[in-house]
Design a binder for this molecule. Sequence first.
Ligand code: NDP
Length: 246
Amino acid sequence: MNLEDRVIIITGASSGIGEATAKKLSKHGASVVLMARSKDKLEKLRDTITNNGGKAIAVSGDVTKSDDFKNAVSDTVKAYGKVDGLINNAGLMPLSFVEKLKTDEWDKMVDVNIKGVLNGVSAVLPELINNEGGDIINISSMAAHAYFPGGAVYCATKSAVKMFSEGLRQELAPKYGINVTSIEPGAVATNLTSTITDEDIKEKISGMQEMKTLESEDIANAIYYALTQPKHVNINDVFIVPSEQK
Ligand code: NDP
């Protein structure tokens, strides 16, 4: 149980990578704080974890609202007395070609994928400093390494997350003992494509469904690896893709 006594907030915990990560970390002793908008799903996951002997609380909230994040942090401190880590995982991927001008979807991606991460860091940082160290793990993407069709805005948001992570690491790790990791997955079998409204993109990505993708548990394992290193070891980036993905 090598995450015993570690208190970790996970955003986007109501499905996919966030849910698998909550299960994995709690299985190894962490107290997990589940944050997303879907209260029912969070409560169900909390019950599953606690019924299996783990520790979890559910805090519904929207990462685009800085007050929701502040509440999540104060609920965490009330329940467990401290915060040791934040996994900024919540994200959206409504891919579309730029010429379609789906500007509402561009705004949503900027708000959730970038501003959501900034809100998380600003809410949690005073606690991590107070705690004399901790971990911030940001879920970027393979999209930070290469453009793919319909991904101009999404790839830009994930590039921002990757570079923000590097800035955070350089500013926080040496001074405060706060280690920072950017995780950059290729295709993972989750609900992420469910927000796509551009029919041309839906057709294009249908081919990808034949590939053997990663599972959410593969990313949870990478997160676990980053979190279980000795304090003097910072895992900067984990670029992890399906063997079949080019
Ligand atoms: P899912 O769609 O399964 O999960 C997305 C999660 O984000 C949900 O729990 C959703 O919860 C949450 N979320 C969305 N908007 C908000 C919001 N405003 N406030 C709080 N939570 C929100 O997809 P994944 O598990 O795949 O996605 C997790 C992360 O992994 C994302 O950042 C994604 O970009 C990244 N990623 C995924 C890849 C993939 O192939 N699947 C590849 C590379 C990166 P709710 O709706 O309840 O709020």
